[in-house]
Write a protein that binds this ligand. Sequence first.
Ligand SMILES: N[C@@H](CCC(=O)N[C@@H](CS)C(=O)NCC(=O)O)C(=O)O
Length: 202
Amino acid sequence: MLRIYGSANSRALRTIWMAAELGLQYEHEDWLPRSPETRTPEYRALNANGRVPTIDDDGFILSESMAINMYLAKKHNSPLYPADLQHEALCWQWSLWETDRLDRQIVTYVRHAAALPEAERKPAVAEAAWLEVAPAFDVLEAALTKSPWLAGPAFSVADLNVAGALYRALSIDVSKWPNLDAWLHRCWERPAAKHARSLREN
Ligand SMILES: N[C@@H](CCC(=O)N[C@@H](CS)C(=O)NCC(=O)O)C(=O)O
């Protein structure tokens, strides 16, 4: 049995999205980041970072959301994990790129620009984050101008991982990047994405 540790209100959102794409049954430890459950020695034994998500797949323990999604898609022979070597490598490329260029930056930007209560927002922090987010959006826009999907001819784990990480971007105006905008909404319109999102927003 698969067990997913981490609330939809965390990076586990993308794991939950993938599990729904694959039609997997799973037990869900619906834990928020930094919650007491993630601070126990038992959880630290599964994930030494004390972070979410982590999965326990019949005793195989794996952390890092991008790796988890690639593992699950490949394990279940999903078309979301390309058979073509070069398309597969593009899934690694985009997942690693997102982690480096956007994962924290987009969260920091949206929190300090809009999501936090006004008194807690720091405009300078938002501005510094935006200086990293905007060029990364330019990179995505250029890629999505050449092809509707990031890794090959169809939606794949590359799109899921990057769009999943851009959940926060759904709440900001990205119309300056029209192909990114259309792709982001195309990805999040998928039934599995809507399901994951409903767990976060309801
Ligand atoms: N690179 C990791 C990041 C995991 C991560 O930072 N998770 C956050 C929640 S979204 C967390 O658990 N934070 C708790 C903490 O910082 O202690 C991944 O993608 O899985």
